[in-house]
Ligand binder design. Structure first.
Ligand code: IVH
Length: 681
C-alpha cells in the first residue's frame, strides 16, 4: 500500500505538470480525480504516510495571524530600465565595451536572452532534495515574507520537481513571477462585486492581494499562475555535473522547464541591439493579445560567466536591463463627470480629467461605461483615479484611489433628464444602459443618427463632418436624413469654413449617395441591433425596401442573422409614423436604394486573391498544409522563400530568417489569428 501511495503521488505530480504547466493533459479530468481520490483514501487510512509534497496537501494549512520574515540566501534584485532605443544602444555598447576590455569578447555582438517582463509579483521558491520547502515574497530584496502555504496552492508550482531524483540539486531556489490572466481577473472581480467584496484595480494587484492572504484557503480559490525566469541559491550534490546547463541563461531556463516549472516560450537568444529592438517592437505589437499583462521586455547577457564578470551596481545587475513599454495606467484628477447621448439615446457617463500622458497619448476624457460601473467603483468628482489606455481601446477610468480621496466628495447622481433635450432618461430593468427617451426630438440623437447615416459603411457621403452636421441641425435646416438631400451648393457655402469648392463636393457626394446599395441604405437607417451584417442579410432576403417594409415577424425570423429581439426592433422601427414619413420623403427627394445583384458563380475576391504568401514558424493551431490549403482556397499562392514579390508572410513561433527578411522588405506580417480573421472576412 505504501508503494501504491508513492506511485500515486508520482503519477499525480506528473499529470498535474502535464495539465498546468504544459497545457497538454494525458488523461481526462475524471481519471485524474479518480487517482486523487484513491490517494486521499489511502492517506485517510494511514495518516502517518501523509507528506507535505503530497498532491492532496496543496490546501490545508491553517490561517496565520501574520507572515514570518525570511532572509533570502541570495538577494532578490531589481532591474535598471531603458525607455528608448538610444538608451538601449548605450546599454549594449557599455556591455560590449566591458566584455571586450575583459578580453572575453572580440568583434561579435553580445548575445542576450530576451524575455518578457511579467507584470505580477516576484517570488522565490526553495526546493530541498527536490521538495518545495519555502515560498517567499521579494520584500526589500534582502528579507521577504514567508508565503509557503499560499504558493503551495498555485497549481503550476511544483510541490516536487519533475525528473529523476538523482538529477535534482540538493538546494534550488527558483525565482519568478506570480500573475493572473486577464480573463481570470475579470471573472474574479465580477464574483467579488456580486458578493459585495473588494474589487481589484488590475491583475497585478489581484495577484499581490491573493498572495498576501493570511488564509491559504482564500489564496487557493484565486486563479494564480507562475512563470520562472531566474534562480537564487543552487547547491549541487557531490558528483553532479557543473557544466550543462550552467553556461547560459537560456540553458538554465530550459533546465528549469525540465524540472517542471512553467517557463515562458516567447524568450529568444538574440545578438546585438538591432535584434533586441525588433524583439521589443514585435512584443509590443502582440502585447494586447497575450492572456497576461507584461510591462516591457528584459534583456540578460546570455553567457553566465559574462554575467559574473559584469557584476552588480547597487541592487541591480549590470548584465540585465528592463526595456519598459509606455505605461498603460496612470493616475490623475477627476475634474467632472458629463454624460453623452448616443445615436440610440444611450447615455454614457464620461470622465473629464486633468490631462495625463498614458498609453502613448495625452488623455483628457475617459469612459465610465454606465451607472452601475460608477456605483461599483464608487468614483467621485475630486477623486484621484487610475486611468487606463491599452492599445487603441477607448481610455477608461479603472478605479479611484480611496486613500487619496479629499473630504466632502459626494457619490455621483445619475441624471434623470437628458442634458440635451430634457426628455426623461429611462433604464429598462435588467439593462445596464440608460437611454434618453426623446428619440428624434433630441438634437443629440438626431446629430448622431445623421452622422451614422452618412458614415463610410452607410451612405458614405464625404465631406459631411461632425461640425457641419451640428450646424445644420442647430440652425434647424436639417431635421432628418431626407432634409440632407434638399441642400444646395449656395446655401451650404454660407456655413462657416465652407467654401464654394467644398460645398460643391458635398453636394456631389450627396448626389452619388442617392443610389446606395440596399444593404447600406438599411444600415444607414440606424435601426437598433441592425449592424452591417444584418443589413446585408435583410437586403439579400427581401431585395427591395418595399418588401422589407411589408415583412412580418415570422418572415424576419427565417433569416439567419435575425432573432426575436432584432425582429421586434425592425417591426417597431417601420411601424413608427415619423420613420415612415422620412422614408417617403427620402423617396420623393430621389433616394432610391439599389437591389443587390444576384449572386454569380464568379469567385469572390478575398484578401488573398492573386497574392503570394510565405508561411514560416509553427502556428499555434493550424498545421502548415492546412494553412496552405486555406490560403489557396481563398485564391492565394503559397511559396517557400521570401522575396520582393512576396505579398504577405504568416509567422508563427520560432520564425527565423524568413521573418527577419520580410521585416526588412517591409512585407505585411500576419500571425495565425490575423490570418484566420482575413480568411473569414
Ligand atoms: S530578472 C537579475 N526577469 O521585474 C534581475 N525580472 O525590476 C532580477 N520581472 O522584481 C529580475 N519579469 O518581479 C527578471 N523576465 C524577468 C522578469 C522580471 C518580471 C520583475 C521582477 C522583478 C522586477 C525587476
Amino acid at each position: 500500500m505504501k508503494q501504491r501511495l508513492e506511485q500515486l503521488k508520482t503519477e499525480l505530480h506528473f499529470h498535474n505538470y502535464r495539465y498546468y504547466v504544459l497545457n497538454e493533459p494525458l488523461i481526462a479530468d475524471a481519471q485524474y480525480d479518480a487517482l486523487l481520490l484513491e490517494l486521499q483514501q489511502l492517506e485517510a487510512a494511514h495518516p502517518e504516510w501523509v507528506s507535505a509534497d503530497s498532491p492532496t496537501q496543496r490546501v490545508g494549512a491553517a490561517p496565520v495571524s501574520a507572515f514570518t520574515t525570511v532572509t533570502h540566501s541570495k538577494p532578490m534584485l531589481s532591474l535598471g530600465n531603458v525607455f528608448d532605443d538610444d538608451e538601449l544602444i548605450a546599454f549594449d555598447k557599455r556591455i560590449a565595451d566591458l566584455l571586450r576590455a575583459e578580453g572575453v569578447l572580440q568583434n561579435q555582438a553580445v548575445a542576450y536572452n530576451a524575455e518578457y517582463k511579467f507584470d505580477g509579483v516576484a517570488v522565490s521558491l526553495r526546493y530541498e532534495q527536490g521538495l518545495l520547502v519555502r515560498g517567499a515574497t521579494r520584500g526589500d530584496g534582502l528579507t521577504g515574507e514567508d508565503i509557503t502555504s499560499n504558493v503551495r496552492t498555485i497549481s503550476s508550482i511544483p510541490l516536487r520537481l519533475q525528473g529523476e531524483p538523482s538529477q535534482w540539486p540538493a538546494v534550488l531556489e527558483v525565482r519568478g513571477e506570480v500573475l493572473m490572466h486577464r480573463v481570470d481577473f475579470e471573472r474574479l472581480n465580477l464574483a467579488q462585486s456580486q458578493r459585495g467584496e473588494k474589487v481589484f484595480v488590475n491583475p497585478r494587484n489581484a495577484a499581490a492581494g491573493s498572495l498576501r492572504q493570511l488564509d491559504p484557503r482564500i489564496t487557493a480559490q484565486r486563479p494564480l499562475r507562475f512563470f520562472a525566469y531566474g534562480w537564487g541559491e543552487i547547491q549541487l550534490h557531490a558528483g553532479q555535473p557543473t557544466t550543462e546547463p550552467f553556461a547560459t541563461q537560456s540553458a538554465m531556463l530550459d533546465w528549469l522547464a525540465e524540472l517542471g516549472f512553467p517557463v515562458d516560450h516567447h524568450r529568444r537568444v538574440l545578438q546585438g541591439s538591432d535584434a533586441l529592438m525588433l524583439f521589443y517592437q514585435q512584443t509590443e505589437a502582440q502585447r494586447a493579445e497575450l492572456p497576461y499583462e507584461i510591462d516591457g521586455v528584459v534583456y540578460k547577457v546570455n553567457t553566465l560567466a559574462h554575467q559574473e564578470l559584469l557584476g552588480y551596481v547597487a541592487r541591480a545587475p549590470r548584465f540585465a536591463v528592463a526595456h519598459k513599454f509606455p505605461a498603460q495606467e496612470m493616475t490623475t484628477q477627476l475634474l467632472g463627470i458629463d454624460v453623452q447621448v448616443g445615436r440610440t439615446g444611450a447615455i454614457t457617463p464620461v470622465a473629464r480629467l486633468e490631462p495625463v500622458f498614458v498609453g502613448g497619448v495625452t488623455v483628457t476624457n475617459a469612459t465610465l461605461h454606465n451607472e452601475d460601473e460608477i456605483r461599483r467603483k464608487d468614483v467621485r468628482v475630486g477623486d484621484t483615479v487610475v486611468v487606463r489606455r491599452a492599445g487603441d481601446v477607448i481610455p477608461e477610468v479603472v478605479a479611484p484611489i480611496l486613500d487619496l480621496r479629499p473630504e466632502g466628495t459626494q457619490p455621483f447622481i445619475f441624471p434623470t433628464h437628458c442634458p440635451v433635450c430634457g426628455s426623461t432618461i429611462e433604464r429598462p430593468i435588467d439593462e445596464a444602459i440608460a437611454r434618453c427617451t426623446g428619440g428624434l426630438v433630441c438634437a443629440a440623437q438626431r446629430k448622431q443618427s445623421l452622422e451614422h447615416a452618412v458614415s463610410r459603411k452607410a451612405l458614405d457621403v464625404d465631406g459631411l463632418g461632425t461640425k457641419l452636421i451640428e450646424q445644420l441641425v442647430d440652425t434647424g435646416r436639417v431635421k432628418n436624413l431626407a432634409d440632407l438631400f434638399t441642400l444646395n451648393e449656395l446655401e451650404l457655402a454660407t456655413y462657416p469654413r465652407m467654401g464654394a469648392k467644398s460645398a460643391a463636393n458635398v453636394i456631389q457626394a450627396l448626389t452619388t449617395a442617392k443610389t446606395p446599395p440596399l444593404a447600406r441604405f438599411i444600415y444607414a437607417l440606424g435601426i437598433r441591433h441592425v449592424g452591417e451584417a444584418t443589413a446585408k442579410a435583410l437586403a439579400e432576403h427581401f431585395s427591395s425596401l418595399e418588401r422589407l417594409l411589408q415583412s412580418s415577424e415570422e418572415e424576419l425570423l427565417q433569416i439567419d442573422d435575425v432573432g426575436p429581439v432584432v425582429a421586434a426592433e425592425i417591426i417597431h422601427f417601420f411601424a413608427e409614423a415619423p420613420n415612415r414619413a422620412v422614408l417617403e420623403q427620402l423617396h420623393s427627394v430621389g433616394v432610391i436604394p439599389q437591389a443587390p445583384e444576384v449572386a454569380s458563380s464568379e469567385p469572390v475576391a478575398t484578401a488573398f486573391s492573386g497574392k503570394t504568401v510565405v508561411l514560416t514558424g509553427t502556428l499555434p493551431t493550424l498545421s502548415r498544409p492546412d494553412a496552405q490549403a486555406l490560403i489557396e482556397q481563398a485564391g492565394g499562392r503559397v511559396t517557400g522563400s521570401v522575396s520582393k514579390k512576396t505579398d504577405m508572410v504568416v509567422a508563427g513561433a520560432e520564425a527565423g530568417s524568413k521573418l527577419v527578411k520580410a521585416q526588412s522588405l517591409g512585407i505585411t506580417i500576419l500571425d495565425e489569428s490575423q490570418l484566420l480573421h482575413l480568411l473569414g472576412s
